[in-house]
Structure formats: structure tokens, C-alpha cells
Design a protein. Structure first.
Length: 354
């Protein structure tokens, strides 16, 4: 909230600064320069505090989740009974160490970013609404009025950009999941080859061991190649947006500035607000790769938890089967009722002393 308030004040500062710049008002420029130093200092301080708050939350969440997974993984030797699907890697250690980190770091950052984006869109759309106003366009001799044209334009532009990112990056989540799984499998093979080598290949069978490790590494390289292609495609959209958004804002403000209905400061303020709103509405565009990696790690941690749940259920079923087997070996019928009546009588006799 404090960051947003400072950004809002800086937006109005840019209007006053450029208006003074256009009037060649030296004293006002000096005042605005000193005001900028104050606002910039506060903004840096708030940014530092936000980093502390975010990373503290991430650290505490990761510590809790990691300890929870370790306790469940080691309880009753569960680590010896884990079974994953054939398409998954067999390395829960990587999930506990790396996937838990991503699955706890990214959601905190994204939640804060998403909240900031929503509030920024609401507040800075108000600036575009008031500063931009309506625009009259001459279309084949007829005057067409576009109400609140800056707001309409930024919404349409952001929607098209988000749609483009979703279409282009639709495979990114699965590609990142495959890359993470291949990395985990490669580490597992490299760290445990001396244990599995003797059993699977025989001691001293270096060609087979080298081939086994090489295949795991080739899978990693293949997934990295796929990831590179996907990131190149998403960068096309994100980098193009970084370059195009300010230019589009100035182009949209040019008609009103040229006829004198918008000052230089108001144009600069509108362009800054346009970029802020566009960035807020395109939160998905800017965070799509990170969101894809976060979902991949969350799925892998969830798969580990489900596997541990399955082991617990199997253990409970075995206990129930043992109880049933023990009950079936006891006398049935009247003898069971007599045992129950005898136990009840003994408890009633002992009740006063208890």
C-alpha cells in the first residue's frame, strides 16, 4: 500500500515537473527536483522493507513445509516404500530440497505482485479516466467520439497481449515440469550410481554405467532445449510489450497535445499511468514463466504428499486386516457375550476404588 501511494504521488510529480519544464520555470524545477529526492528515498526505503517482509514469509513457510515433509518421509521408514507413477522421477530428495523452495517462494511473490497489480489498475485507471477524457475522431467526414479513449485502449491492448502470451506459452508449464523431473533424475542417478551399479550392471561395468548416466544427462539437455524455445517465444511478447507500451501511450496523447487540450505535463502523466495500468493488467504476461515453474513445483510436492498419504492408508489397511484376523481367531457367539459381560462386571466392581 505504501509503495502504491508513493507511485501515485510520483505520477502527479511527473505532471508538475514536465509542466514546469515546458514553461521553463527554473525555481519550480528546483522545487520538483528536491521533492523527487524525498519521494525517491521513501520509495527505496519501502522497497527494502517489502523485501524483508516477503523473504521472511517465504523462509518461515518453507521451513514449516520442509520439516513437515521430512517428518512424514522418515516416519516408519516411508522413504523405503515410496512409489511414484512411471512418468515421474524417483527422487523425493529433489522435491523436498528444490521444489519446496520454488513452491513456497513463488506464491508469496506472486500474491504480493497480483495484489499490487489489482490496486494499481484501479487507481491509475482513474487518472486515465480524468486526464484522457473523450477523443473526437474524424471518420469519412463524420465525427466519432470515443469516450474515455485511454481507458478503452489500454484494456483492449492488455487483453490482446495476455491472449497472445497464453497462446504462445501454453506448453511452458509441461516443459518446465519435464525439465525439473529430468534434473532430479540426473542428480539421483549420479549420486546413487555406486549403489545401483553393482546390482544392475555389475562391479566394474563402466560402459553400462556411463551409458546409463549419459542417457539421464541427454534427457536434461533435451528438456533445456525445449525450455529455451518456449522462453524465446514468450520473450517475443514480453520484450515487445516493454518497447511498445510507452510509445503507444505517447501516440494516443499526441492528438490532444497537438491541439492544445492537453499540456505536456498531463501527457507525461497520462503516459506514465498508461504504462502502469498496462503493466498491472498484463500481470500474467510478465509472470507467466514464473507461474509455470511454480505450478510445476507445486504439482511435484503435491505428488509426494499423495504418495505419503497412500503409504499411510496402506498401513492403516494392514492394521485393520490384522485386527480382523485376530478377532476371527477368538471364540464367537455366546462365549464372546460372556466375556463382555464378565469384563463389564469387573469394571463395575472396581469403579469405587478407581
Amino acid at each position: 500500500m505504501l509503495q502504491l501511494a508513493l507511485q501515485y504521488r510520483l505520477n502527479y510529480w511527473s505532471r508538475d515537473f514536465f509542466d514546469a519544464f515546458g514553461r521553463r520555470d527554473g525555481p519550480m524545477l528546483r522545487v520538483e527536483a528536491l521533492l523527487f529526492l524525498l519521494l525517491a528515498g521513501l520509495s527505496i526505503l519501502v522497497a527494502i522493507l517489502s523485501v524483508w517482509a516477503r523473504m521472511t514469509t517465504q523462509r518461515k513457510w518453507r521451513a514449516w513445509l520442509t520439516r513437515h515433509l521430512i517428518d512424514r518421509w522418515l516416519a516408519n521408514d516411508h522413504f523405503l516404500e515410496l512409489h511414484f507413477q512411471k512418468s515421474e522421477d524417483r527422487n523425493p530428495e529433489y522435491r523436498i530440497a528444490e521444489d519446496v523452495r520454488v513452491a513456497t517462494d513463488a506464491p508469496i511473490s506472486m500474491a504480493a505482485g497480483l495484489l499490487t497489480a489489482l490496486l494499481s489498475a484501479i487507481i491509475f485507471i482513474g487518472i486515465l479516466w480524468n486526464v484522457g477524457g473523450d477523443l473526437d475522431v474524424d471518420v469519412f467526414g463524420h465525427v466519432l467520439t470515443v469516450p474515455k479513449y485511454l481507458v478503452v485502449t489500454v484494456v483492449i491492448y492488455s487483453a490482446l497481449l495476455t491472449l497472445a502470451m497464453i497462446v504462445i506459452g501454453r506448453r511452458l508449464t509441461s516443459v518446465i515440469a519435464g525439465k525439473n523431473a529430468a534434473e532430479a533424475q540426473f542428480r539421483s542417478v549420479a549420486s546413487n550410481l555406486h549403489e545401483r551399479g553393482a546390482a544392475e550392471f555389475g562391479i566394474g561395468d563402466r560402459p553400462a554405467q556411463h551409458r546409463f548416466l549419459g542417457n539421464a544427462f541427454n534427457a536434461v539437455i533435451g528438456h533445456w532445449r525445449d525450455l529455451c524455445i518456449q522462453l524465446m517465444r514468450t520473450t517475443l511478447v514480453s520484450q515487445g510489450n516493454i518497447l511498445a507500451a510507452p510509445v503507444i501511450g505517447w501516440v494516443l496523447c499526441a492528438p490532444k497535445y497537438l491541439v492544445g487540450t492537453m499540456s505536456l505535463g498531463e501527457a507525461a502523466q497520462a503516459v506514465a499511468a498508461f504504462v502502469m495500468v498496462q503493466t498491472a493488467l498484463n500481470w500474467l504476461v510478465d509472470n507467466y514463466p514464473g507461474l509455470a515453474e511454480c505450478l510445476s513445483s507445486v504439482n511435484r510436492v503435491g505428488s509426494l504428499l499423495l504418495a505419503l498419504d497412500e503409504i499411510d492408508r496402506d498401513g492403516e489397511c494392514r492394521k485393520e486386516e490384522d485386527i480382523v484376523a485376530e478377532s476371527s481367531s477368538r471364540p464367537s457367539g455366546d462365549s464372546c457375550l460372556e466375556d463382555l459381560a464378565s469384563t463389564t462386571t469387573n469394571l463395575s466392581d472396581r469403579a469405587p476404588s478407581l
